[in-house]
Design a binder for this molecule. Structure first.
Ligand SMILES: Nc1ncnc2c1ncn2[C@@H]1O[C@H](COP(=O)(O)OP(=O)(O)OP(=O)(O)O)[C@@H](O)[C@H]1O
Length: 375
């Protein structure tokens, strides 16, 4: 919150600052088309002490690294005089600014060092931009609407190959219900004893997301395999995975979340066939949602959604593209259940403002993807 204000108001006027590559892509436009996206440089105040004046008061801003009890970045803010009032009023201004800035963003928290930290504020993803088969979307939405009732709880499992929208759909749901996302990273040394603490700290009406949960079961399977495998080739230490969480920890987590009202748990996996039956039994998972490869309907809708605006603005300039008939032609060319939405979108991104070229290039694009898979 304070850093946000400083980045905007102070970074360009301090004697020294840090430059970082901005988090957001900016499209620079040349005469004809959009050129490759570039990230802008962002400046933030450097370490040390900076003075600045706002609303008639001089403030001292000190940004230091402290090493005890653990390494962290600490910011001190103070002003001349005996009253705290200017500092409090300044902090309120920063907070108002911050709330305004995040109004159109979804906050994503991640677990690090035994606690949740705000990892990023992502631009909201709206549900209508997630293209799914209508039947899947309707069933899912109807069910998830119940989550609006603060007394309910729900646990979903999104399954599907990479690039079918599991993560994006979760962010869109968070936007739909105005919740923050708590993304639980199950790997990287997370200890089972930390899970309960993390769960306790998830506020009501939040979305808890755990991705790629098949890794948990397979990690455990690997561990037991190693323990029981006396073959000379088995050089893996049997307990390597014991620092990460186990299947029973995951089941405890799910049962724990089930007892917290108003927390929506979404698990994702690319390999539903690898999941332990205990994970997906009724009562633990309320609904399995399959986000599969594209159907004809999805290919059509992806095209329509992507090129609708381009076609409309082309029509204003007397170039006529009929988006509906191009979308139909495209859907007719692409076989069902072979490509992921992310793969289809990669073709459109290569032909950003050229819907006809996307239709004409569909065969070459399919051949390229198929070739890539064979490697
Ligand atoms: N059904 C969809 N509708 C619209 N966009 C989609 C859809 N599926 C994927 N995308 C786009 O494709 C990209 C990858 O999607 P996403 O990360 O959500 O997939 P995923 O299933 O979570 O993949 P992974 O299993 O690799 O994590 C994103 O830019 C997303 O916007």
């Amino acid at each position: 919150m304070l850093d946000g204000w400083m980045d905007v108001h102070l970074a360009n006027s301090t004697r020294f600052s840090f430059a970082r590559i901005g988090g957001r892509f900016t499209f620079f436009r040349d005469d004809e088309s959009y050129v490759k996206p570039k990230r802008p440089l962002q400046f933030v105040p450097g370490h040390g002490t900076h003075w600045f004046k706002t609303s008639g008061t001089w403030f001292r801003y000190r940004n230091v690294e402290e090493h005890a009890p653990s390494p962290r970045q600490v910011t001190y803010i103070s002003c001349w005089g005996r009253s705290q009032r200017p500092v409090r009023s300044f902090l309120n201004t920063c907070r108002e600014q911050y709330l305004k800035d995040i109004a159109k963003k979804t906050l994503v928290y991640e677990n690090r060092d035994r606690s949740w930290i705000k990892a990023r504020a992502r631009r909201t993803r709206q549900l209508h931009t997630i293209i799914l088969d209508k039947s899947v979307k309707e069933t899912w939405l109807r069910d998830i609407e119940q989550f609006l009732d603060p007394k309910t709880r729900a646990q979903y499992m999104d399954t599907g190959p990479p690039g079918t929208g599991k993560t994006s759909a979760t962010l869109a749901i968070a936007d739909r219900f105005g919740t923050d996302v708590y993304k639980l990273n199950l790997g990287a040394g997370l200890q089972s004893s930390e899970l309960n603490k993390l769960l306790d700290e998830v506020p009501e009406r939040s979305l808890l997301l755990a991705e790629d949960i098949d890794a948990v079961t397979s990690a455990q399977a690997r561990t037991s395999h190693n323990e029981n495998d006396p073959s000379p080739g088995n050089t893996q230490p049997a307990k390597t995975e014991s620092t990460t969480i186990s299947l029973s920890d995951l089941l405890n987590l799910m049962d724990g979340v089930a007892s917290v009202e108003g927390v929506l748990l979404i698990l994702t996996t690319n390999h539903p066939e690898k999941l332990d039956a205990a994970l997906v039994r009724p009562g633990r998972i309320d609904q399995m949602i399959e986000l599969g490869l594209t159907t004809s309907e999805v290919n059509h809708d992806l095209f329509h959604n992507f090129y609708k605006q381009v076609c409309e603005s082309a029509a204003e300039n007397d170039n006529f593209y009929n988006v509906s008939s191009l979308a139909k032609e495209f859907a007719g060319k692409v076989p069902q259940n072979e490509f992921s939405p992310a793969e289809v979108l990669s073709l459109f991104q290569e032909n950003m403002r050229a819907p006809q070229a996307a239709v004409d290039g569909a065969e070459d694009w399919m051949a390229k993807i198929r070739q890539g898979r064979q490697k």
